[in-house]
Design a protein around this ligand. Structure first.
Ligand code: GAP
Length: 544
């Protein structure tokens, strides 16, 4: 990054986003609506590239992940079973002086009423005691608006994956371990939306639920669990034998995979923080959660002045909690049958069988007791579950990498923003604003320029080049203004390559340069001469 992360930097980024059509306030002509943002032409392309690359990496590049595109409004019972109706809330306080409403843990700073992307000091008036405020947006389904019609806009995409788990298992020919991925809108009535798009009320999530065998089944099949040293090797694991991976190995693997994903789209590891939640911060059902933080300009600083980062993604090991909840709530079995487990079990020593069965029983008992089952019933159900394990049946556990597309778009913009010095038309140095996007996610991949717009041969050739590239990538054609200014416009929106068609292209300076163009690199500003016939494969190699 070219400069220090400051509030000033954030101001410049927000202003660039509006000026160049990345992000606008929703309903701006009516004064905006707090916590809602629209993506303009370039923002739309950026976000689409993020989603598509996530999808490509998480599903199409793998054999063990299938996709889902579920509805935003689902049966309200889903949110009861998931715990969202009862516990998905933030503590909220009212200010007796200014009548403002704040999250109890965020009363020091609030978004500026005139400029919501900016944080300002909150009123110091006396506050009420905190009370729980449920973050789900409610609506009514059907013409009658009573309690029986209440439904919710989904606050996460994950629950649809659990609810459709059995359908997908049966239709996709997958076996545990495997994952289900979904990208889509989520809605949360955040008490204080803040930091531009970082905390919005409508946003997009990219979630994977990766279902794995419970450790007892892994041990029965593989004879052991991967050791801590093996877990260190899980990082390059695609294609490796994963038979002995328990939840810790899979969790570590996904943390590493996700960090690699961020690196592959231009967020260097040193801009990220891998934050392991402390035991007291974990949800009661979670065994471990790692948050991947990005050092946003608005992140708090530690005692050494280092940016601490804000969450981009959480990777949680959620045990078998979610499927268990939906099984109990819907009355439909969520267990899977595992042929390998069934075959392995009789070959185990009786002492090993007893040990694994007891461990599984204790885990199920703990879940059932914690979620309010009466002691007798909890014991009976846990015994039945442990008995089923010996015959090859279990509830899969899950590792959940859950990321936000809007936060990632903002992180990529913040990371890409830089200013340097470049010569203007007359060779005088001027400040150049550049978005140094990785070509994979840049909204426009290449700009095509005829050197002059009043020379029909140049324009014709430039349009031919545009049409050659267009089926393969997002191309911007620009013939207006001095060439230097056209380059600057593309630099400012992060277009990694510029192609100029000049008189050499037409062969006016000799046959050896005929049908060649200059290819300019945004970051180095270096130009190379390339044959038109070689341009497409060359660019494809650089943008993928
Ligand atoms: N299913 C798990 C889940 O939803 P989460 O940590 O609440 O976990 C996952 O959300 C990701 O969704 C976050 O890491 C963040 O990137 C994104 N996200 C959550 N709330 C958001 C908000 N109000 N605005 C923008 N993105 C949000």
């Amino acid at each position: 990054m070219a400069e220090a992360n400051t509030g000033d930097r954030m101001e410049k980024i927000v202003s660039l986003c509006k000026r160049r059509g990345f992000i606008f306030q929703s309903s701006e002509i009516y004064g905006g609506i707090n916590g809602f943002w629209d993506y303009g032409p370039l923002g739309t392309e950026l976000k689409r590239n993020i989603r598509d690359y996530w999808w490509h990496t998480m599903t199409r590049q793998r054999e063990d992940v299938a996709g889902l595109d579920a509805t935003i409004i689902m049966h309200p019972q889903i949110w009861k079973a998931s715990g969202h109706v009862d516990t998905f809330s933030d503590p909220m306080v009212d200010c007796k002086t200014c009548k403002g409403r704040f999250r109890a843990d965020q009363t020091a700073e609030i978004p500026c009423p005139q400029k919501p992307s900016k944080m300002v000091s909150a009123c110091h008036g006396e506050k009420t005691a905190p009370r729980a405020f449920n973050l789900m947006f409610q609506t009514c389904v059907g013409p009658v608006q009573d309690d029986s019609a209440i439904a919710y806009l989904r606050p996460e995409t994950a629950q649809a994956i659990f609810a459709q788990f059995k359908n997908i298992l049966e239709t996709s020919r997958q076996k545990v371990p495997f994952g289900i991925a979904q990208v889509g809108k989520a809605f949360r009535n955040e008490v204080t939306p803040r930091n531009f798009t970082f905390r919005s009320r409508e946003f997009e999530q990219m979630e994977l639920e990766f279902f794995i065998r419970p450790d007892e089944a892994v041990e029965a099949i593989a004879g052991h669990l991967a050791s801590a040293a093996d877990i260190g090797q899980c990082q390059t694991a695609l294609g490796n034998d994963q038979t002995d991976w328990g939840w810790e190995a899979w969790h570590k693997y996904w943390v590493e995979e996700r960090i690699r994903f961020y690196e592959s789209i231009g967020l260097p590891r040193q801009t990220l923080v891998e934050y392991w939640q402390k035991p007291e911060e974990l949800a009661h059902y979670a065994r471990a959660t790692v948050d991947i933080l990005y050092k946003f300009p608005f992140s708090k600083r530690d005692a050494q002045g280092e940016l601490m980062g804000e969450e981009l993604e959480g990777i949680a090991a959620r045990s078998d909690f979610d499927l268990s909840q939906h099984q109990r709530s819907s009355g439909k079995s969520m267990t899977v049958f595992d042929e390998e487990l069934k075959a392995a079990w009789p070959k185990l020593e009786p002492a090993k069988q007893a040990e694994l069965k007891e461990r599984y029983y204790q885990n199920r008992l703990q879940y059932l007791s914690k979620t309010g089952e009466a002691p007798d019933k909890a014991e009976k159900l846990a015994r039945e579950d442990a008995e089923a394990l010996t015959k090859g049946y279990y509830l899969p556990h899950v590792i959940e990498p859950s990321a936000g597309a809007d936060r990632l778009a903002l992180a990529l913009i913040c990371n890409a923003y830089s200013e340097d010095q470049a010569p203007d038309e007359k060779g005088k140095l001027e400040t150049r604003v550049v978005l140094r996007f990785h070509p994979r996610i840049a909204p426009i991949k290449v700009a095509v320029f005829p050197l002059l717009k009043n020379k029909p041969e140049l324009v014709k050739k430039a349009r031919e080049v545009r049409d050659l590239l267009r089926p393969w990538m997002n191309v911007f054609y620009d013939e207006a203004g001095a060439i230097g200014r056209r380059y600057r416009r593309q630099d400012e929106i992060g277009t990694p390559f510029g192609v100029t068609i000049d008189f050499d292209t037409l062969g006016e300076k000799g046959p050896e340069l005929k049908d060649t163009v200059t290819l300019r690199d945004r970051d180095t500003m270096q130009q190379e001469r390339v044959k038109i016939s070689e341009l497409l494969p060359l660019l494809l190699g650089r943008i993928r």
